[in-house]
Design a protein around this ligand. Structure first.
Ligand SMILES: NC(=O)C1=CN([C@@H]2O[C@H](COP(=O)(O)OP(=O)(O)OC[C@H]3O[C@@H](n4cnc5c(N)ncnc54)[C@H](O)[C@@H]3O)[C@@H](O)[C@H]2O)C=CC1
Ligand SMILES: O=C([O-])CC(=O)C(=O)O
Length: 329
């Protein structure tokens, strides 16, 4: 009893963070909200969607963990969902069907992300912005430009969530090497679409060397892991559960850093100078104010260098597409 009341007091005295999920009633939004409800660093979990959030919030709120959960539906009510938020995670938007690329989602998702970003710039301009909605290569520049238009852009607080690429790479490499997937840590750089996803497998210390065929198959599987799920779901959407896991992982790592944990390093698609492009995924040290340090990604072997050189123009175009969209709308 004493221990219990002490724990209760400790929780109520430690400053928790307020986290909003936009698109919380969706395939990613629901399981990710559930995983975030398990975080002791979150005092308020604000679930927002255009539909169904009151039900999702009522359901998640019954888990006996710290966060107070609220559910708000409808763009006309978004101020209530965003005011006071420290972190905003955005999985709102349509997912792919077989035969589509992530870029095919641009026409629908660009305006969804732009309108949500404009609302965040107005109601929680200092929040950390974590972007999951595809095409990430373009939606992150959309958020940056929207915040610039509103005069509140801070590049240290904007993250494209590419964690699912790292999660997949860790799983596939660990399975192939007989390693523990939990402690495997593969660096994945670039962007989040097909060949712009660049796993740096040459930097791993292997127990068993891969043949050239095995290596190429592994790189391809990491780059096109999203398509593997889209095809298996056969028209019923794209990765939701593994993305919820990856999104919750990145969010909780950021929350750890915001609460003072040191040496929290994650790959993320941020604004930086590691290449000639304005946005690039590379390891970053996270801190209380977001990006604390951007790391160089290290040496590439000949195959990785060739992949890097050939994908850079594509990534550049996808970034420009996001920037242009905001300038024209
Ligand atoms: N970054 C990554 O690694 C990944 C990104 N994704 C992307 O995440 C997005 C969401 O995927 P799913 O959850 O599977 O889709 P979904 O269709 O199941 O859910 C999307 C949710 O967004 C909501 N929504 C639409 N417009 C909204 C608005 N203006 N404000 C708030 N909510 C809004 C919908 O009502 C729906 O509940 C897709 O664009 C998908 O491509 C998916 C997997 C991995
Ligand atoms: O493939 C998709 O469309 C969803 C996604 O981004 C992923 O699973 O990596």
């Amino acid at each position: 009893m004493i221990a219990r009341s002490l724990t209760t007091r400790l929780f109520s005295s430690a400053a928790g963070k307020k986290v909003a999920v936009l698109g919380a009633a969706g395939g990613i939004g629901q399981p990710m909200s559930l995983l975030l409800k398990d975080s002791d660093h979150i005092s308020h979990l604000s679930l927002f969607d255009v539909v169904n959030t009151p039900g999702v919030a009522a359901d998640v709120s019954h888990c006996n963990t710290r966060a107070t959960v609220t559910g708000v539906a409808g763009m006309e009510n978004i101020e209530e969902a965003l005011t006071g938020m420290d972190v905003v995670v955005i999985p709102a938007g349509v997912p792919r069907k077989p035969g589509m690329t992530r870029d095919d989602l641009f026409n629908t998702n660009a305006s969804i992300v732009q309108s949500l970003a404009a609302a965040c710039a107005k109601h929680c301009p200092e929040a950390m912005m974590l972007i999951i909605a595809n095409p990430v290569n373009s939606t992150v520049p959309i958020v940056a430009e929207t915040f610039k238009k509103a005069g509140v852009y801070n590049p240290k607080r904007l993250f494209g969530v590419t964690t699912l690429d790292v999660v997949r790479a860790n799983t596939f490499v660990a399975n192939s090497q007989g390693w523990n997937p939990r402690t495997t840590n593969v660096k994945v750089i670039g962007g989040h679409a097909g060949t712009t996803i660049l796993p740096l497998l040459s930097q791993l210390k292997l127990d068993r060397q891969w043949s050239d065929d095995e290596l190429h198959a592994l790189i391809k599987r990491i780059q096109f892991g999203g398509d593997e799920v889209v095809q298996a779901k056969n028209g019923a959407g794209s990765a939701t559960l593994s993305m919820a896991y990856a999104g919750a992982r990145f969010t909780t790592r950021l929350l750890d850093a915001m609460h003072g944990a040191k040496d929290v390093i994650e790959c993320s698609y941020t604004q930086n100078n590691v290449t000639k492009l304005p946005f690039f995924s590379t390891p970053v040290t996270l801190g209380p104010n977001g990006v604390e340090k951007v790391h160089e990604f290290g040496a590439l072997n000949a195959v990785e260098q060739a992949n890097f050189d050939s994908m850079l123009p594509d990534l550049e175009k996808q970034i420009a597409k996001g920037v242009d969209f905001v300038h024209k709308n």
